[in-house]
Ligand binder design. Structure first.
Ligand code: ADE
Length: 434
């Protein structure tokens, strides 16, 4: 597909806000990543002005550890954000594939993360959804944070305007955000950096539980086990960041003064202003050339809370819509099942083994890999599988493709969801006590 001077190619990922595709500038041959948003959905959600404001701010972000926004284009039905292409992949995949990083390497990534995050904070931009999936690693092993400043876009933008399938992982969310009583974007982002630091250095999540209500309690209490084998400096840093009280939590400026943090630290200089006028404000207005008056829905503008905030506000809630089966072409799919966690793990192992895959069981998470002899095409298929308990008779299976062929992945997802998922005709009512 052609979009002006860009040739749109393969899908790079499925972000919170829509598909991200690879694009080549046919004049220069340079590669870009293009985030595609549905105009109609922005219109329906009455967030046009908010998105325009945020995109204007994003244009100001020029830092080596933050994915650059170069241009915004529009077709009749879609908005295209032309972004810096980061060749390397997600930090999440790096850790999922190779396990935790050595402290020295992890510290370097953490320094870059804090640099990028604090730079954006200084410009008044907050992320609000920092997690390893939003942290890309380039070919040189340097961090690039994506989706900064896109908090105006609700998680569910790619669905139908209801709080559906894409409830982001709550494991990285600060307690004050979950409590939904108003919060400071900067301190909440720092909390998420602390969770990412923990994941980088230990290969595990600091707060985790199959039961969402229990997970919430752990986050609220800051109930974290910090391994003694980490250096005292790293332990201290994690404890100071994972402080559930945002008022006493360490700030970015204080992190930069910390002795452990400062080891081998050379702060990245913000990038030169090589503004080529690609994104002038007129273009932006053109791209979003529909006024709020054009908008079709009456009533109040939607409140931008995510699914987990909503769960936090409710003591008994129908979670059915959140966990419907997603399109199996996506990288991450979830389906619900009535089998127990133990049965699910055993059955998944049986099914995928019969399909010729190898299975590794790591702390209750399954890593499914294609055997070498079956390897054809782009690369070995590798899938991470996890089971979450909603209540004792309802579980969520989450499948996430780390690498490999999408068609084969789709086939495997379809088979597992058909064999193990709750049938569509069956009501999916459940409740969760928070
Ligand atoms: N996936 C999501 N955003 C990306 C980017 N900017 N570069 C490469 N892959 C991506």
């Amino acid at each position: 597909m052609r979009l002006g001077k860009y040739e749109i190619g393969r899908t790079l990922g499925e972000g919170n806000f829509g598909k991200v595709k690879y694009a080549t500038n046919v004049e220069t041959g340079k590669g870009f990543a293009v985030k595609i948003l549905e105009r109609e959905k922005i219109l329906q959600l009455k967030i046009t002005e908010q998105i325009k404001r945020e995109i204007r701010t994003l244009k100001l972000l020029k830092h080596p550890n933050v994915v650059r926004l170069y241009e915004v284009l529009a077709s009749k039905t879609k908005i295209y954000m032309v972004l810096e292409y980061v060749k390397g992949g997600e930090l999440f995949d790096k850790i999922a594939m190779n396990g935790r990083l050595k402290e020295r390497e992890g510290l370097m990534l953490f320094q870059q993360l804090v640099d990028g995050v604090s730079y954006c904070h200084d410009k008044g931009v907050f992320h609000r959804d920092l997690k390893p999936e939003n942290v890309l690693v380039d070919a040189r092993g340097n961090i690039k944070i994506s989706d900064f400043g896109l908090s105006a876009l609700p998680q569910h933008l790619r669905d139908d305007g209801l709080l559906h399938t894409t409830c982001g992982s709550p494991n990285y969310v600060a307690p004050e955000v979950l409590a939904n009583r108003g919060y400071d974007g900067a301190t909440a982002d720092i909390w998420s950096c602390g969770v990412i630091l923990y994941v980088i250095l230990t290969g595990c999540l600091p707060f985790d539980d199959r039961n969402l209500a229990v997970l919430y309690q752990k986050i609220f209490k800051g109930d974290v086990m910090i391994p003694k084998w980490l250096s005292p400096g790293a332990q201290h840093m994690m404890r100071r960041i994972l402080d559930p009280n945002p008022k006493t939590r360490i700030t970015a400026a204080e992190i930069k003064e910390d002795k452990w943090f400062k080891q081998g630290y050379s702060p990245a200089a913000p990038e030169e202003d090589d503004d080529d006028g690609l994104l002038d404000m007129h273009d932006l207005d053109e791209a979003f050339s529909f006024s709020e008056a054009e908008q079709v829905r009456d009533g109040k503008a939607p409140a931008f809370i995510n699914a987990f905030q909503l769960i936090g506000m409710s003591s008994s809630l129908d979670l059915s819509g959140f966990f419907e089966k997603e399109d199996a072409s996506e990288r991450k799919i979830r389906f619900t099942s009535n089998y127990s966690a133990k049965e699910l793990l055993e059955k998944i192992e049986d099914i995928v083994t019969q399909m010729g895959f190898h299975v590794l069981n790591k702390n209750g998470k399954l890593k499914v890999v294609q055997s070498r002899k079956d390897l054809k095409g782009p690369g070995s298929l590798c899938i991470m599988t996890e089971v979450f308990e909603l209540n004792p008779s309802l579980y969520v299976v989450e499948l996430r493709k780390s690498s490999g062929d999408i068609a084969l992945y789709r086939q495997l997802c379809t088979k597992l969801a058909n064999d193990l998922g709750v049938s569509r005709s069956q009501p999916l009512l459940t409740s969760i006590a928070c």
